[in-house]
Design a binder for this molecule. Structure first.
Ligand code: UT7
Length: 334
């Protein structure tokens, strides 16, 4: 999907994020599973992750607060929104959507609202869809959120998933702009459902493939074949960034920030090194927040935005991949 001469531009008017206060350190995890601080840091780059208090926090509250922060930065109110999209695979309910509840909480009535399920690619997918709807003239102001309470679907006896995931939400307010040069210059999305069972959350026993039937993880929790996902990610991640840069003529010198899904430091580093992108252009926060699935790219974007690291002169790239298997990229000029 390529956008060139379009009637409207899209401006990012504000960003926001929300992470729970509670921290789960690697040393905390050693009390739950057979692992060590050294192993986790060396194999993933993670030191600690944030964890919702299930009695008062979750995907909905984080999505609401992240979007509120983004609205505050944009100096806008919920009633200014005409669409809310929440990328998530950890909605508290399948109906209504998290987006509809967020809309009600922020007085964004009668804004359209829906959740988008693309796992870790959820925020980038949602940004791509939102900007296309604005450019087409259908919507004027869209609130995009990636929110994930991963700890609600992690089995804390499984040392592969428990070390990796944390909770977070990130958000952005997109508005129609008269300057068509502003906004998303290029976006791509894809999926290969043949790999669905390398990362999945079964609700019914009959969905579980024969080779995973003996897996003791309870229904409703995440099952991940870490090695398979890792293999897919290392190649796909590099390909997706390469595609986005080549289609827009960007080089490691001319590109701004590359805002990556925080999957595993080794996956990000391998892509960065192969593409020759300088270290300072690839933001890393996985050490402090772990892998927060659809929450991660929005959280990174908000932290970069507030630190003044998203430059007007240089387009930035967002990139993510995850369950589905899915992947997505977007190149933006602000
Ligand atoms: O967000 C998108 C979706 N997810 C991802 O991107 C995750 C992709 N995958 C990964 O990040 C990595 O595969 C993991 C971090 C999940 C695992 O790291 P790995 O380097 O692929 O480890 P491995 O599964 O190849 O296991 C290596 C060794 C094994 O021991 P042996 O067989 O060599 O004796 C494991 O049993 O490490 C062992 N191991 C652990 N040891 C300590 C596996 N998990 C742990 C652990 N602590 N938590």
């Amino acid at each position: 999907m390529t956008q060139i001469a379009q009637p409207f531009g899209v401006r990012i008017r504000g960003t926001g994020s929300c992470v729970p206060e509670r921290r789960l350190t690697n040393n905390d995890l050693t009390k739950l599973v057979d692992t060590s601080d050294e192993w986790i840091i060396q194999r993933t780059g993670i030191h600690e992750r944030r964890v919702c208090d299930p009695s008062s926090e979750g995907t909905f509250t984080m999505a609401r607060d992240a979007l509120k922060n983004a609205l505050d930065m944009a100096e806008m109110k919920g009633s200014d929104l005409d669409l809310i999209i929440v990328g998530t695979v950890t909605a508290e309910m399948t109906c209504p959507s998290v987006a509809a509840r967020v809309g009600a909480a922020l007085d964004a009535i009668p804004a359209a609202a829906f959740d988008l399920s693309a796992a870790c690619s959820g925020f980038v997918y949602s940004m791509n869809i939102a900007q296309a709807l604005i450019r087409s003239g259908q919507f004027r102001t869209v609130g995009v959120v990636g929110a994930e309470c991963m700890t609600s679907i992690v089995d804390y006896t499984d040392r592969t998933v428990s070390i990796l995931f944390g909770d977070a939400a990130g958000a952005a307010i997109l508005t129609r702009d008269p300057d068509p040069r502003i906004g998303c210059l290029y976006s791509a999305m894809g999926a290969d459902g043949r790999g669905w069972d390398s990362l999945y959350i079964p609700r019914r026993a009959q969905e579980i493939p024969a080779n995973d039937i003996d897996n003791p993880i309870a229904l409703g929790n995440l099952r991940m074949n870490g090695k398979e996902v890792f293999r897919f990610a290392v190649t796909k991640f590099r390909e997706v960034i390469e595609d986005a840069m080549s289609k827009t003529g960007l080089t490691p010198e001319s590109v701004g920030q590359v805002v990556c899904h925080q999957s595993n430091i080794r996956i990000i580093e391998s892509a960065r090194e192969k593409l020759g992108i300088p270290k300072e252009k690839v933001y890393i926060n996985i050490d402090r927040f772990g892998n927060s699935s659809a929450g991660s790219v929005g959280l990174c974007l908000d932290q970069l935005w507030r630190a003044g690291k998203i430059e007007k002169e240089r387009p930035f790239v967002m990139v993510a991949f995850g369950g589905g298997l899915t992947w997505a990229s977007g190149v933006w000029r602000v």
